[in-house]
Design a protein around this ligand. Structure first.
Ligand code: ADP
Ligand code: MG
Length: 617
């Protein structure tokens, strides 16, 4: 029989720390919140690599009195709650007085702080939660805290950290959200010596968005401001023609806190239901204010989830705010450009797909009936913004994929998909015996009768390989489509410079790119078979490949060809015309294609003899 023992304080602290401090980004979130709570007007976050070895947060807030500095690092030490009357506030603010103690338990800390007007400040250092030094110090007013060697004493957690790049982007995302929720604070993020974000702190949400998300994003925004008795929604939504291929630019804040919410996401997207083709997502920066009694924040301190006492109240708040903004905009904006663009690329009429997903409830105007939130969840699954949803797979914008076989023929200048990749070699293949395409199974496999066998061909893999070989052969002339409205892709500065440095290579591949500010490029042409919506992902993949050190040039090139081929290939799960199926089958059966670029087989043969044997003939 084992004995119940009480954990010693150190172990208990480490366990508690694990709950607050999951990764460097959670440290940054807590420190930023502390600075903002301290009334700072200027906060700077600096990090090296992924923040594992160095994070520094500097603010010009109220500082900490010398008598209080040690206390601040004790568990349950807070200046923000007093006694039991404050306890209620835990419901709205989450735990209190945990963060500094938790961070200190798993790192080495240096703190410098001086209260405004005080003649000197104080410096404190801690290692694994124990004070290792304290002395008076000359320092600027406000607080500077440096966190080094995060998780140095918890190797198990250290193992779970992702790459520096991943941790560093998680920090950037945290800083971004925090900065967007506090336009009154000037927030600066410096990653590896380079300023990544710098907001003016002029209390204007528009200038804050502009500085964080850039000119093109800002240009596509519509302001919205609406309130009813319980919920106020203010901020910006994207115009329909500024929609994106994912949800990563949907930012919601409730009472100043960044939150993720399927309910709010559903509300926003439903307002766009008849305006956007499926697979395109609106963006937004929306600040929702409500009486704290209407929400329950999850009491886990690191979580960004929230519970609404009434989902419907909040759904309607966001839905009508967005719808109102869209309606006002419709009255003033002429959408001619977008319609031309859509016609060019064979995009289904805006909203057709959506209407079918949302059912007959999806009409705008006063007769609107909200889709129930649970229904939305069922239909759109994943709660992870940006992770895509069932809607995404159906949503190829442009190209024949959008509308199935019928669209192929109506494409401007479009021949069948295979022909468009290999226009140079149109000669029919010579076969000893004719083959017969029996049909397509599961919208994925072509079934062909050929000689004494039945063949199954994976149409995506086959097409991908054909495209890949064509690219690799070098004598491939990319057929590309000029975009009437260039696609603006936002990438980090480093990526932008890599893409521009390789503009010639990209040109050979069918992409024309131009500089568009420090952290964006404008794409004016893309290869014929790439969906507009895939432009950004495919360029990101190419860029990642170009930036990858260490591997052989030829291997990198193959990887680039393979990403393009994969995006350009017809997708499994979409039905294809007989002509496309025949064209693919002929390439495979003539022996041109054996494996997809990833090495998976493309075709699979069952001989008549084997079938006969199976039937005991
Ligand atoms: P909480 O923020 O919930 O109070 P923390 O552990 O994050 O708990 O911080 C403990 C206390 O340390 C705060 O209540 C505050 O008094 C003080 N503190 C922390 N960071 C700062 C800062 N940047 N400026 C001034 N005071 C700070
Ligand atoms: Mg705190």
């Amino acid at each position: 029989m084992s004995k119940i023992i009480q954990l010693d304080q150190h172990v208990a602290d480490l366990i508690a720390a694990g709950e607050v401090v999951e990764r460097p980004a959670s440290v940054v979130k807590e420190l930023l919140e502390n600075s903002i709570d301290a009334g700072a007007g200027i906060v700077t976050v600096e990090l090296i690599a992924g923040g594992m070895t160095f994070i520094r947060v500097t603010d010009n807030g109220c500082g900490i009195a010398p008598d209080d500095v040690k206390t601040a690092f004790l568990r349950h030490a807070t200046s923000k709650l007093h006694g039991a009357e404050g306890l209620e506030a835990i419901g709205t603010l989450g735990f209190r007085g945990e963060a500094l103690a938790a961070i200190a338990a798993v790192s080495r800390i240096e703190l410098l702080t001086r209260e405004p007007g005080a003649s000197e400040g104080v410096s404190l250092s801690l290692e694994a939660g124990s004070v290792s030094g304290m002395s008076p110090a000359g320092c600027p007013e406000g607080t500077t805290i440096i966190i080094r060697d995060l998780f140095f004493n918890t190797p198990a957690r250290l193992k779970f950290m992702k790459s520096d790049r991943a941790e560093s982007s998680a920090i950037a995302a945290t800083v971004l959200r925090c900065a967007l929720s506090h336009p009154e604070v000037s927030v600066r993020l410096i990653r590896d010596g380079k300023t990544e974000y710098h907001t003016p702190g002029d209390s204007r949400l528009d200038s804050c968005i502009y500085s964080l998300l850039g000119r093109d994003f800002s240009a596509g925004l519509i302001e919205t401001n609406s309130s009813d008795e319980s919920v106020t929604v203010a901020g910006f939504i994207s115009a329909p023609d500024a929609a994106r291929g994912n949800r990563s630019y949907q930012f919601f804040f409730v009472n100043g806190r960044p939150i993720r919410s399927l309910t709010l996401q559903a509300a926003l997207e439903q307002a766009f239901a008849n305006t956007l083709p499926s697979g395109r997502f609106p963006s937004c920066v929306l600040h929702i204010t409500t009486n704290p009694g209407n929400v329950e924040v999850n009491v886990h301190p690191a979580k960004t989830e929230i519970k609404f006492v009434s989902d419907k109240q909040f759904f309607d708040g966001v839905y009508y705010a967005a719808l109102g903004a869209l309606d006002r905009r419709k009255a003033t904006v002429n959408n001619a450009d977008r319609l031309v663009l859509n016609a060019e690329f064979g995009t289904p009429e805006p909203g057709t797909k959506r209407r079918e997903q949302w059912g007959s409830g999806a009409k705008t105007g006063s007769g609107f009936k909200s889709l129930h939130v649970d229904e939305y969840r069922k239909k759109f699954g994943s709660g992870d913004p940006g992770a895509g949803s069932s809607g995404v797979a159906d949503s190829r914008v442009g190209g024949f994929r959008a509308g199935g076989s019928g669209v192929v023929d109506s494409r401007v200048g479009g021949s069948g998909v295979v022909d468009s990749n290999n226009r140079q070699d149109e000669e029919p293949q010579l076969f000893q015996e004719p083959f017969r395409v029996i049909g397509e199974a599961l919208k994925t496999y072509i079934i062909v009768e050929y000689k004494n066998s039945v063949w199954f061909i994976d149409k995506h893999a086959a097409h991908e390989r054909i495209h890949f070989d064509a690219l690799k052969s070098g004598d491939f002339e990319p057929m590309s489509q000029a975009l009437i409205t260039p696609v603006v892709c936002r990438h980090g500065r480093e990526e932008v410079s890599v893409l521009l440095d390789n503009a010639d290579l990209l040109d050979k591949l069918g992409f024309t790119v131009e500089s568009f500010g420090d952290d964006a490029i404008a794409v004016r042409r893309i290869p014929d078979d790439i969906d507009i919506g895939d432009t950004e992902p495919v360029l990101s993949e190419i860029c990642a490949e170009l930036m990858r050190g260490g591997s052989a040039e030829s291997m990198r090139r193959d990887n680039i060809y393979s990403s393009i081929a994969c995006k350009a290939a017809i997708k499994a799960g979409k039905s294809s015309t007989t002509r496309e199926l025949e064209s693919l089958a002929s390439k495979v059966l003539s022996g041109q294609v054996a494996q997809c670029p990833h090495g998976r087989p493309v075709a699979f043969e069952i001989k008549k003899a084997a079938l006969d044997k199976g039937f005991l003939r």
